[in-house]
Design a protein around this ligand. Structure first.
Ligand code: SF4
Ligand code: NI
Ligand code: NI
Length: 711
């Protein structure tokens, strides 16, 4: 059979299956029965993107099946055959959605099935920073599980996000691959149709970050081809359904690499039979470049291990976490004062004789990282210091929580058995500081203190005074006190017209970029994503209008956005790219706003979930009344100050409320004299329906109720 014949055979088979499944479902449940995927604001996302049609009930499906069939022309032409591949995708999306009618079909599967909107949003930042350099989709059953495992681990170590479909999931698990979102290896499911859940991720990236209008299929295909760095590896013999799924992938711009002979289409469908070459071959085919830092330690160090937790039963050693002291400090030094790559442990190591036979090794720990370089500035110390958290977490077998002198580190038995010691934390910090901050760090020296005496004494004499100097500096940093704001355009790789304006009192909406970070980024990468805005005189201080800001944003967004205010949610609010930590929306009847964070899965008092609220904005478009922002912005005196500020907040999820309570109370007290403002803010443990929320606000005398009408 020719390639096109194979594709059509698969597409026609899937079309038949889809039609049958739709008929059966309608017979069983009736046309008016609701249909949809969990936790998405985009209905059946592929159909919604391709046609603009919002499928909400089973009765909407027959028309979609008609469209699907019209895509299968059976003409001997590769372009037309690729369209038939898209038909297979649509069919798979329908079949999978029907499977969700009887409850979660993945409840007893090692795969996770549909990927919810908030997870896709959380991937925004690592994708734009290149922390996740690409997306691998693996499918099938491998002739050699050991070789498969090597491939998956290689992708993992390179930081890729890997999705798996078919029996390779069990094969990889048995071969010891660590799996789950926290390890960036995501099992989707066993049925071949579950591959649709990764296609759905790519399509929703275009909806969420790209802001592409539903119905413009060609624009979606261009977006995925140019901006979603994905590719497919198939394992084992290909049947016609897999081939037609592959054709769909190719239509999206994702090359398919098989390990068996296939009719090759250069750049799109290729064979690489040698598993030892699969990774390199695939990365080259999708033009994915990987930056590797060679680090001399006995375990893997990769961003893919960042989310790993170390539990009590797998733990070998622990530092901090209320049991012992644990602090970390990055300090600027003179070039002559330190020795590059000098790593010293002062005090006992974790393999010290005194710990023989101990249940768990507990030691106090002080980590002092000293850096020197001509481009180094005092302001960058805290920027580098915060990276200690990430760098330590990259170690396969280490967990880092907290920061400063509330740091908490655990090391696994597995890592210890492989030879990992405390000094290797020093090696990792050294290598990553040199690699990631090469423009400002010419020399780096790491000292780890583990005696009670040193750790306590240095904390009092050196560490705490430096923290408090920094806090004073940060508190004095206001939007008024600086001459320069910064742009951040990192997210333009996914949201082409989005620009964040970062000021001392308003961090980037992802929560990951503060004004100091931007300043350091400008130094590290002078032509990079953070560019200075000499702010000059404000047109309006209260709403936050600056001529220079408007000009810069217009240029950086290629004219897409001409005016933004920094402090208003209603008048020319800042755009959102999609990866915001929190979304803020107006609750008119309460004369205030609700804020929902990405982790909160339930419905908010405005009748929408985080995902639904989030879908109201994004893609670099201005949407008055909705604003994406970082958690930290909630304690800022500039938080929608044009509309009356922080006292407009009437509802937040409990977890978020607790997280921001201290700063929020302090800021509101200083601004208005109101004490313990947080107690007046409602949360889901108190009420979520509008009336009950209002009752609560009234009982507390919430200030928003008596403020000027918000709209
Ligand atoms: Fe994206 Fe804005 Fe964060 Fe920069 S500051 S990474 S543009 S969200
Ligand atoms: Ni973003
Ligand atoms: Ni904070």
């Amino acid at each position: 059979m020719s390639l096109t014949d194979l594709i059509y055979a698969g597409s026609n088979a899937v079309a038949g299956l889809t039609e049958g499944a739709v008929d059966d479902a309608i017979k069983k449940y009736g046309e008016s029965h609701a249909l949809g995927y969990p936790d998405t604001a985009y209905f059946l996302p592929i159909i919604y993107a391709a046609t603009g049609v919002k499928i909400k009930t089973l009765g909407d499906l027959p028309a979609a099946v008609g469209i699907l069939k019209s895509l299968i022309t059976n003409k001997e032409d590769l372009g037309e055959a690729l369209n038939a591949g898209l038909a297979t995708a649509v069919g798979a999306e329908i079949i999978e959605a029907i499977r969700y009618l009887d409850g979660d079909p993945y409840a007893n599967d090692s795969g996770i099935g549909f990927v919810a909107d908030p997870i896709i949003r959380s991937l925004g930042v690592p994708l734009v920073t290149g922390d996740i350099p690409g997306i691998a989709v693996l499918l099938g059953e491998s002739s050699d599980p050991a070789e498969l495992a090597v491939i998956v681990k290689d992708y993992q170590e390179k930081g890729l996000l890997t999705f798996m479909v078919g029996n390779i999931i069990e094969q990889a698990l048995e071969a010891g691959v660590k799996m789950g979102l926290d390890y960036r290896v995501i099992p989707l499911g066993h049925e071949v149709t579950s591959v649709i859940h990764v296609v759905s991720v790519a399509i929703r990236a275009a909806l969420i970050f790209g802001g592409i209008e539903p119905g413009k299929l060609a624009e979606f295909l261009t977006y995925t081809k140019e901006r979603v760095p994905a590719f497919v590896n198939t394992f084992g013999e290909l049947n016609e359904v897999v081939v037609s799924v592959g054709a769909g992938a190719i239509a999206l711009g994702f090359p398919v690499i098989a390990d068996v002979p296939v009719p090759e289409v250069p750049g799109a469908l290729m064979t690489q039979a040698d598993h030892a070459k699969t990774v390199e071959f695939s990365l080259e085919a999708r033009d994915i470049k990987i930056k590797v830092t060679k680090i001399d330690v006995p375990v893997s160090v990769a961003s893919a291990f960042e989310g790993e937790r170390v539990r009590k039963d797998t733990m070998f050693a622990e530092f901090g976490g209320n049991k012992t002291k644990c602090w970390e400090l990055v300090r600027e030094a003179e070039l002559s004062e330190i020795e590059d790559h000098k790593i010293t442990v002062i005090g006992p190591e974790i393999d010290d004789a005194q710990f023989a036979g101990a249940d768990v090794v507990r030691l106090p720990l002080g980590i002092l990282v000293e850096v020197a370089g001509k481009g180094m500035q005092k302001d960058f110390e805290s920027v580098l210091e915060r990276r200690i958290h990430y760098f330590t977490n990259y170690i396969d077998g280490a967990m880092h929580v907290g920061q400063r002198n509330i740091a908490w580190i655990r090391i696994t038995k597995e890592a210890y058995e492989k030879g990992f010691r405390l000094k290797h934390i020093g090696e990792v910090l050294y290598a990553k500081m040199r690699a990631d901050f090469d423009n400002v760090v010419d020399k780096c020296q790491v000292t780890l203190y583990t005696t009670q005496e040193d750790v306590a004494r240095l904390e009092e004499e050196v560490v705490k005074p430096i923290y408090s100097q920094r806090d004073d500096r940060l508190n004095a940093l206001t939007d008024e006190s600086v001459d320069t704001f910064y742009t951040c355009t990192l997210c333009q790789s996914f949201a082409p017209s989005h620009v964040c304006v970062v000021t001392p009192e308003r961090l980037g909406l992802c929560g990951a970029v503060s004004w100091l970070d931007s300043k350091a980024t400008k130094e590290l990468d002078p032509a990079g994503p953070s560019q200075p805005i000499e702010k000059g005189v404000a047109v309006d201080e209260k709403i936050g209008i600056w001529e220079a800001v408007n000009k810069t944003v217009a240029a950086a967004s290629q004219g897409a956005v001409e005016r933004v205010t920094l402090y208003s949610i209603l008048e020319d609010p800042m755009t959102s790219c999609g990866c915001f930590e929190c979304i803020c929306g107006i609750m008119p009847e309460a004369n205030g706003v609700v804020i929902v964070n990405r982790e909160f899965g339930e419905i908010s008092p405005v009748g929408m979930t985080f995902g639904e609220l989030a879908s109201m904005t994004g893609g670099g478009v201005q949407t008055p009344g909705f604003m994406g922002h970082g958690r930290h912005f909630i304690g800022s005196k500039k938080f929608m100050s044009a509309e009356g500020g922080l006292t407009r907040i009437v509802w937040m999820p409990k977890e978020l409320k607790d997280d921001v309570a201290e700063r929020l109370n302090k800021a509101v007290l200083e601004l208005t004299g109101i004490e313990n403002f947080v107690d007046m803010v409602c949360d889901e443990t108190i009420a979520t329906d509008s009336e009950a929320v209002l009752e609560f606000l009234e009982s507390k005398g919430h200030p928003a109720l008596t403020m000027d009408p918000i709209m």
